[in-house]
Write a protein that binds this ligand. Structure first.
Ligand code: XIL
Length: 361
């Protein structure tokens, strides 16, 4: 090896070492997402009780100002039998938040999925009446909201009641037994249990015009009936291909025009194109490898940059942005052998390039 080649190699080595040091120093110096966005809105994250006892805990407290239980407060997990609640997981999340002076968004009081087996049927296995189901809804909401009164500042009261097909309301068991009344009732029960909690209707695909129209219709009808609703949660399970800036801006404008708070409640940006995180539909198999390619990295970074640009622009209308999961180490979007990389931190819990785009403004 010639002298000049050796010199070149050692220069390159020194350069890469200083670059590595640079990014490490940056990592140590970084203020955290929630601090960077302090004057804009709270930035939160969906968590599991396990993460709060693991390496992730430090990242969660450093970067975020609010937590949402990913599953622990859903009706199935928290109320497995009619006369038995399972509080351990939900309690541990609320206690973590209190210890670390973080807010908690409660999720969710009334949803068609992850419901307990006993909920819709009597002891003979037959559907209960509307009166019985509303009483069960009341008792559930009253118990859960009262337990965390003053500790949970906002609740997703009703989740995903709008249909994806051409019908208006989703033909869920709630709807089949109660008609649309269960929606207003759920808000009334929650308000009664904690009058200070901020109450949200939460849904996905809110940037698709047809679905947005139906959600607007529902919200307007609740407001007209003086139902105690304060906000709308736009889930934001997006992808490298959706939404467009125009679609996103339109959603923020139209929902906030109702006089409701707008929060993005479940943000992730799938590296696979398509609506709802480009999720595989039934029967669809993943194709190709599951690697995080430079092309995905670039597309995702651009989408994150655009959406946070819009969020900042509309900061007066937006009161919160919550990520759905902490890092690419674990995401609910992994499935059927296909790995996804939808978040701002990689599997080593290090900030990705997209992170630096989000905090650079
Ligand atoms: C998801 C969780 O992330 C998964 O762990 C669980 O298996 C299914 O539910 N919309 C919602 C969330 O409102 O509650 C869902 O969470 C994701 C879609």
């Amino acid at each position: 090896m010639s002298c000049s080649t050796k010199l070149l190699i050692s220069c390159l080595l020194a350069l890469s070492a200083s670059l590595a040091l640079g990014s490490k120093a940056m990592a140590q110096d970084r203020k955290g997402l929630n601090n960077v966005y302090k004057k804009y809105f709270t930035i939160g994250v969906a968590v599991t009780p396990r993460e709060l006892k693991s390496e992730e805990a430090g990242l969660i407290t450093k970067e975020f100002g609010s937590v949402t239980p990913e599953n622990a407060m859903k009706m199935g997990p928290i109320h497995p039998q009619q006369d038995r609640f399972y509080w351990t997981d939900a309690d541990s999340i609320v206690a973590f938040a209190q210890r670390n002076k973080m807010k908690v968004r409660g999720h969710t009081l009334c949803w068609h999925a992850q419901t307990p087996r006993w909920l819709f049927v009597d002891s003979a296995g037959k559907d209960v009446s509307k009166e019985v189901l509303l009483k069960r809804l009341h008792d559930h909401i009253n118990e859960v909201v009262t337990r965390y009164k003053g500790k949970i500042y906002a609740w997703d009261v009703v989740n995903e009641a709008i249909a994806d097909d051409s019908t208006y309301l989703r033909r869920s068991k709630w709807y089949q037994i109660c008609g649309e009344d269960f929606i207003a009732k759920a808000f009334e029960y929650a308000h009664e249990a904690d009058p200070k909690a901020i109450l949200f209707y939460n849904d996905y695909n809110t940037e698709i015009p047809a679905k947005r129209e139906k959600i607007l219709k529902l919200l307007k009808s609740l407001i007209a009936k003086k139902v105690p609703i304060n906000g709308v949660g736009l889930q934001a399970h997006w992808s490298v291909s959706t939404p467009s800036r125009e679609e996103l801006e339109r959603s923020i404008k139209e929902f906030s025009a109702l006089g409701l708070q707008v929060q993005f409640t479940e943000l992730d940006i799938s590296v696979y194109a398509g609506r709802q995180g480009g999720q595989l539909v039934q029967g669809q198999q993943p194709t190709g490898s599951s690697a995080f390619t430079p092309e995905m990295e670039q597309q995702q970074l651009e989408k994150y940059k655009m959406v946070f640009d819009v969020f900042r622009q509309y900061r007066k209308k937006i009161t919160g942005v919550t990520f759905w999961n902490v890092s690419d180490r674990y995401t609910w979007l992994n499935g059927r052998g296909r790995k996804n990389y939808p978040l701002l931190f990689d599997a080593e819990l290090q900030p990705k390039k997209a992170y630096w785009e989000v905090v650079k403004f």
